[in-house]
Design a protein around this ligand. Sequence first.
Ligand code: MG
Length: 280
Amino acid sequence: MAYENLYHKEQRSSKVDCLIFDLDDTLYPLSSGLAGECLKNIGEYMVEKLGIERSKVSELSNLLYKNYGTTMAGLRAIGYSFNYDDYHSFVHGRLPYEKLKPDPILRHLLLSLPIRKVIFTNADKVHAARVLSKLGLEDCFEGIICFESLNDPNYELCGSNNLFDILEHSARPIAGAELPKTPILCKPSEFAMELALKLANIDPQRAIFFDDSVRNIQAAKRIGLGTVLVGSSHAVKGADHILESIHNIREALSELWEEDEKSEDVLYQSKIAIATSVTA
Ligand SMILES: [Mg+2]
């Protein structure tokens, strides 16, 4: 294990040129209550739109979330077919966004770092834009990698006749039986995360990934990213740093600002050198 860590350190370039941020429960605290409302809406969607028995919703959505990264990805894996925009507007459209307030502290921290900053969320672009606007951070990022970046919203809808009974599979696993695959790409799939980096032209060896999900952090570590677990006070395997709040970013990663100050010094010195040579 120690060897592995050393190997990773040797492989990583010292200069960080991109910061990748998850959105929900990373750029704002879990205590905002949005996550709980989102979960409720997912349950309602499963009952109202997909006809799933209410008594099974909680266990089923937990199981799907655990196995597939998002409940939505799991619903598609086990055979449900639905319009992605319809799902997203039902689940996110009714969220109490007014609970999110502008965050000038975070805004200042982000803008004081002239390093590329990118959002990487499993949510859709409308939700991402609304959250960033509510937090007053809409101009702090170069771009947003979201659901639509990795998935085709216009896939052909088909019936939901052959449903895989994942609750039965989980209660009485049959030896050798595998879970069906999902067509949806999302974190923490390493394939999805590598594709996201490629789309945004990000070198994992020179980038740091911030997320509140331990499994996303661990996947990020496996593909070579520097990692910061946000919203936790406990060390976990795979996290290079832990922040209780994203507001602590400068305390934990002061080298990012120092590097910037150093490069500003170099720039300043080179300007002097040029000026000197002109006047000489
Ligand atoms: Mg999150």
